[in-house]
Design a protein around this ligand. Sequence first.
Ligand code: ADP
Ligand code: MG
Length: 266
Amino acid sequence: MSPRPSSSDPSAYQRLREHLAYLEMSAAAEHLADELDRGTREQASATQVLERLMAIEADATRARRLRGRLRFARYPIHKTLAEFDLDFQPSLDRKVLAELSTLRFVEERRNVILLGPPGVGKSHLAIALGIAATEAGYRTYFTSAADLVANLQSAHLEGTASYKMRTYTGPSVLVVDELGYLPLDQASANWIFQMVSRRYEKASIVLTSNRGFGDWNQVFADPVVASAIVDRLLHNATVINIKGHSYRMRRYDAAQQAKGGSAMVA
Ligand code: ADP
Ligand code: MG
């Protein structure tokens, strides 16, 4: 058996380790000896050994960047499309969801609007789409509508609104959860309008609301602003209207049904 390359030229090996340390390629440094041994054992070419080593480093960097993007995006909870039980929500068009999961909507700067009553999975799907985009390499950001308004308003009072606005305009996908849970006053409606119009035709918004568009006049104090927001949001959008039951209440519903069933028998 040939000697370990790491021991065949100890000084070159040592310098190589120093280069990797200087370049902060810690995953490659960690696997260096093993990969050199493997190369010798398999009589691999220098190209093959280098490729494997760099693949290890590239994978580690990719994973680290993804963790960074996920941290930046501030999802309140990790949800995936795979975890979503489509059978529970028959009103949901699987084709539409499958199309969204290709993330073409991000490339096309299309918005995704998820509407429906509480508990039907709007936030789950919005977060899952955002996380899928993050995993695909896009920069994304999650906020509730209420937090967005409160943050912009307080930044405004400190004179830093335009800086703060970049948080909401920069990412390729902005997930805005729970618009319409609370009625918005004129100033709040104006911040939503600013965000929507700045992202308009530039980058996607994934938005959830428990109110249909018909009710948005009540959500926003000013009907002119309301229709300006709806106009821009819907211009290039996929709207998903979930009509089913609350997933949170499914055990309760099932218990009630069982009770009803036995009552009829009795
Ligand atoms: P909404 O935002 O519409 O009020 P959520 O998305 O918060 O509802 O859903 C409530 C809870 O139920 C979450 O924990 C979510 O992950 C779960 N959930 C909702 N619908 C489904 C589903 N079809 N399959 C799996 N989990 C679901
Ligand atoms: Mg929700």
